[in-house]
Design a protein. Sequence first.
Length: 137
Amino acid sequence: MSDELQVFSDITDADLEKLLRGAIRNTFIFGVLASLVVWKASSWRDAAMLATGTAISAASIFEWRRLARFIAAKMDKKQTPRGSAFAVVFFVIRLTVFAAAIYVSLKCFQGSVVALLCGLALAVLTLVWGALRLLRG
């Protein structure tokens, strides 16, 4: 049990930052490749739904990265970075904008909801993959 706690305590803020940056990059790469495959295999509508989910996933990781920096600064008792209130307000606005993007994509593209959900799940998959790589190595 103490070995597991030791592994988690070895993770630094820089490791977390690297993990989140890599997750954004990997989400875009996997999303673009998957959208191209879906476009060829199914239709442009499903590819557009997958691309919409991918864009939302990558932007969500970006926002979580910003919030993680603010939380880390607060926990380390450093001065809170400028714009922390802006980041929280932007987080709430982002949720509203992405809800609207999901609604509009469902109405306009009329593609597969499964493709949209797969795009949204890319963030979770890339974060889990990156976290496993970080803990292993």
